[in-house]
Design a protein. Sequence first.
Length: 129
Amino acid sequence: MTDLIRELVTRVGVQESQAEGGAGLLLKLAKDKLGGDFSKVTAALPEAETLIGAAPAGGGAAGLAGGLLGALGGDKGKGLAGMAGLADGFSKLNLDRGKAAQFVPVILDFLKSKGGPDLGALLAKVLPQ
């Protein structure tokens, strides 16, 4: 179990598989929004791509809604699409909105400790809070 996953299990009170999937969902969102700047995340968290692979695949009604919102274009449409995908993914992990919301501050704190305050500020701009 990686240090980040251990933090999520301890602080959020979820199972290891839920921690991995939830972290993967949020890291995928960050990767999609940051583009090339995501290399700063992987420098601080080498297992980021592995965690992204642990994220549940999108789909269902929320995934369809996310796709339609993303097709609207613009930052607002993309942001709404990302949020719909997150909700669907966390639902597949059997995590409610309250538990899911607890992931972001843990991940931000962890990555700030590994990559410094600039990395934390970069992620704070793209992760839902």
